[in-house]
Design a protein around this ligand. Sequence first.
Ligand SMILES: Nc1ncnc2c1ncn2[C@@H]1O[C@H](COP(=O)(O)OP(=O)(O)OP(=O)(O)O)[C@@H](O)[C@H]1O
Length: 451
Amino acid sequence: MERYKIIKEVGDGTFGSVWRAINKQTGEVVAIKKMKRKYYSWEECINLREVKSLRKMNHPNIVKLKEVIREHDILYFVFEYMECNLYQLMKDRGKLFSEAEIRNWCFQVFQGLAYMHQRGYFHRDLKPENLLVSKDIIKIADFGLAREISSQPPYTEYVSTRWYRAPEVLLQSPTYNSAVDMWAMGAIMAELFSLCPLFPGSSEADEIYKICSVIGTPTENEWAGGLKLARAINYQFPQLTGTHLSTLIPSASEDAITLVTSLCSWDPCKRPTALEALQHPFFQSCFYIPPSLRSKTTVTRTPPSVGTRGALEQKYARRYCGTQPNLKSMSNISSAKSHVTLSTGVQRKLEMNNQDAIKNDKSLKSSTKQPRYRPPARNSPTSVNIGKTARGVSDTTEKMANMTVGSGRLPARQPLAPPMKAGGWHGQSDLFLGRSQGIQPGRTYSRKVVG
Ligand SMILES: Nc1ncnc2c1ncn2[C@@H]1O[C@H](COP(=O)(O)OP(=O)(O)OP(=O)(O)O)[C@@H](O)[C@H]1O
């Protein structure tokens, strides 16, 4: 580690703190992630998902892992350095992003995702904090939860930050696939337009409620599989008609709305794959250049939608809103859906979000169902089976309740979930505990992001 000069902390995640540093020999600026738990052998490190998955990825829109160092039982990941994450950009933003900016970012992320999904990996924890930006370039980071298609169950660790968590995961589907990343991208894309999270659930119950209040309660026609999942856990969806996305993200063009709508489809099979998303009319002005054909210059200095054409787009972005002709139709896309499927083979693990939920759980002990997996407490230094931070997870409701200030984001334009009709199921998920703690309207909060 003495080869690096540490400059300052730029991030603090669940698993590690991230520092800006300089390679003393080359002068290169890097990001060093110092893992919180100790690693007593190299075998332990090599088996880490972040190492296994990132080692194999070489794409301009996936953050590059340069080096792994273990010193005094502490593990360090050396990454290429990125200026900031998308959440930081949104929270510091005084005015809305232009559609051209959003298009450019999303196009790049979908390229990174297409690459990753094609190679049999999916991320599982896409959120604005994990999308890192330097100038016009955006890259996917944090592969702590990335999953390989060939990996075997049982999988017991926690999956994804709640606000971006796909409904099949919320409903404890025993199988899920790369479509969970596409759902997250729909939510992120909408958030880029409005600077407000689309589904800011304060608990799993509230998350489903928020989703229903935007895209409407799923019908048998829309998502038979989801209704089956719900029946299996004796869960009843709240009956809501939904809100047209154009009222929630009024600055988005019609193309953007149709893309977000299809990404946020209840049924994972109805979501476009990353490759399909890249062919959506929303991206008609972007040029897809396969990474293998890109020169270094193209990749790093001329992202899609930037350059002369990008500048023009930027200039006329607002004028184009909703008026661009749809040159391609999603229905014309011939490529078969190729979401990478993952069979968990075990119950999805559940989270306990707050003390109220625990109390409720105690009062509902008549359940005949087996108790579900309860993740170890957060911050457990020796466990990777832990919930994620701030906006994320496990004990998040408590955290949210205590959050203060800062982001200027007001996520609570949607109603709070009423007590859920939990039927006879009394598992440990807050989804079924009949209690939902909403974020109060007008309340702002910050996320756990340093710097
Ligand atoms: N390569 C990088 N360059 C600059 N900043 C980075 C880099 N990698 C991570 N960061 C910053 O550190 C934060 C946390 O990093 P990361 O998500 O990898 O940690 P984590 O412990 O896995 O966090 P999480 O709780 O989200 O899982 C990021 O949101 C980002 O702001």
